[in-house]
Design a protein around this ligand. Sequence first.
Ligand code: FE
Length: 200
Amino acid sequence: MAIQQPKLPYEMNALEPYISAKTIEFHYGKHHATYVKNANNLIEGTPLADLSLPKIILTAASDTVLKGLFNNAAQCFNHEFYWNSLTPKKQGIPSELEGALVRDFGSVEGFKKAFHAAALGQFGSGWAWLVADRDNRLEIITTGNAETPLTKPACRPLLCLDVWEHAYYLDYQNRRADYLTAVIDNLLNWDMAARIYKAT
Ligand code: FE
């Protein structure tokens, strides 16, 4: 079973004016596609080729010889999660999740500020995530480069932000903070986050 690049859940220009079609063309069409191609080249003809993507990632994470495969396979997962974390349909936050955000961050605004600060503060390339733990407590974490919450015990990702420069440079150049504000205020897929939150 080769690793697939899932279809983008919206049109390339659907996230404008916050993320341009040009950015998505490169980000989905080149960067993400290259991770999929590299990961498939690395598993081809090995027993790993028969495993699911999460199993490939967990196997590669436990063996330093497989670091190259880990990086490419984890980026496949992280990018799929990122595309699904965004939506052109501006949404309210479903009440159960909203209650949890208020409980764990003081307010929705408090969450947004903390998410922005964490993503802005991730030094170099990486990701910011809203995750739920075993007790369904919400937490914000960041991961460097290709690192992914999949390898952390009892850590369910609900939303993520890509803070690699390729995610925003064409539209915002060095202004990561402006990219983050635009995405957090306008594009987050709260329905998906609430669905995952509920499915304990
Ligand atoms: Fe990316």
